[in-house]
Write a protein that binds this ligand. Sequence first.
Ligand SMILES: *[C@@H]1O[C@H](CO)[C@@H](O)[C@H](O)[C@H]1NC(C)=O
Ligand SMILES: *[C@@H]1O[C@H](CO)[C@@H](O)[C@H](O)[C@H]1NC(C)=O
Ligand SMILES: *[C@@H]1O[C@H](CO)[C@@H](O)[C@H](O)[C@H]1NC(C)=O
Ligand SMILES: *[C@@H]1O[C@H](CO)[C@@H](O)[C@H](O)[C@H]1NC(C)=O
Length: 162
Amino acid sequence: WEKAAVSMTFLLPFFSAEVCGALNVTVSPGPVVDYLEGDNATLYCHVSQKRRRDSLLAVRWLFALPGSQETLMIKMTKLRVVQYYGNYSRSANRRRLRLLEERRGALYRLSVLTLRPADQGHYICKVQEISRHRNKWTAWSNGSSATEMRGIKVSYEKIFQY
Ligand SMILES: *[C@@H]1O[C@H](CO)[C@@H](O)[C@H](O)[C@H]1NC(C)=O
Ligand SMILES: *[C@@H]1O[C@H](CO)[C@@H](O)[C@H](O)[C@H]1NC(C)=O
Ligand SMILES: *[C@@H]1O[C@H](CO)[C@@H](O)[C@H](O)[C@H]1NC(C)=O
Ligand SMILES: *[C@@H]1O[C@H](CO)[C@@H](O)[C@H](O)[C@H]1NC(C)=O
């Protein structure tokens, strides 16, 4: 059983034009990465320029098909609890997603295991900076960045192997 050649293209991460002082959020790799179907994809969300040293981050990854609405896939809460949403909370999909904090407050890794053609689309990392202020959780700043996986093709060979 041969793996069908699948290519995933990551477009350059784009910066949301936010006011000075916003979190600097970038998604890598980019601009282009190729995978085979069945491979594991790894996306990194880099965060810098926090407003406050003691703040915590809530990290969300969203998915969107081109021209469609974004849907929340997975979130790491400020207390670092990982939550799954929508279709991604079903156990079969859940097992294919990992969200890890690689460097505290700075680097978050999303792995999508065993890639399928349906995984192509936009992946958006949204980060919110939160801290306790006067006994209340307060959001200080936000940042967001997106990357696109596309070009995943299932060859005819693959289709006829089923
Ligand atoms: C993908 O990751 C899983 C879990 O870490 C591992 O068991 C598997 O061998 C990996 N597959 C590939 C193609 O690297
Ligand atoms: C934002 O962070 C990235 C790396 O994560 C860096 O390359 C880039 O220069 C930073 N942008 C600004 C405006 O500091
Ligand atoms: C969830 O799965 C259903 C059925 O496969 C599909 O119609 C729907 O678009 C999916 N929703 C999301 C958010 O992926
Ligand atoms: C950050 O985004 C959240 C949700 O989109 C919003 O409620 C909040 O006001 C934003 N906070 C700042 C400081 O931009």
